[in-house]
Write a protein that binds this ligand. Sequence first.
Ligand code: ADP
Ligand code: 5GP
Length: 214
Amino acid sequence: MTRKNKGILTVVSGFSGAGKGTIMKELLAKYEQNYALSISATTRAPRPGEKDGVEYFFKSREEFEKMIAAGELIEYAQYVGNYYGTPKAYVGKQLEAGRDVILEIEIQGALKVREQFPDALLLFVTPPSADELKRRLIGRGTESMEVIENRLARALEEAEGLEEYDYLVVNDVLEECVEEVHEIIRNEHYRVSRNAGNIREMREELKGFTRRQD
Ligand code: ADP
Ligand code: 5GP
């Protein structure tokens, strides 16, 4: 490519426990230069090991509602009793700088992002089976059985909206899944509609030839 295009905004969604967080960590560890991962704000409590400003910006409900009122979020949604939202400033800056930005958000937020960024790429991650999903949620050991049941009920609702997404990726073998996500985003750069600048430049150069021959 002769010219730097704007970065691609990719939304990654998937049932709780499908492995989104794990995939994102691997993807960033392997291809750090390629991606900028947006850090969301949330009112849910940090899990053991989670740090403010790393996995999330942890906020009180009051603080979160102030962010909504101040128009600081691209989108926000309620998920199993808590607010989650994407801060505006970081995403715009990274896209302009030509970096591919990833939002790891649930489906309502994904659809709101698509309204504002019609060329956003929407990926959905599933586990190989529903049984495996439950095993992973229990195995993670971070939620009570009640919360796990609520998250599984929410998974059924999310499955209804799956057709809104562009790509479905099954997270069976982690490394393979990470490569698939990387390839999908990489290939998206070659789409003709994302290369308008290059096409314009090439046309101008070609016109230069015909002028010289006149
Ligand atoms: P999500 O972010 O989608 O809620 P996590 O990334 O927290 O899911 O993963 C849920 C659990 O499943 C974690 O304990 C994680 O280690 C495990 N896990 C993730 N991917 C795989 C995989 N490909 N095979 C087996 N276990 C996995
Ligand atoms: P968790 O509590 O497991 O970290 O996340 C719960 C759900 O919230 C996941 O589906 C995750 O993708 C989603 N989520 C995380 N950040 C955001 C956000 O900024 N906006 C929206 N709409 N959903 C988010």
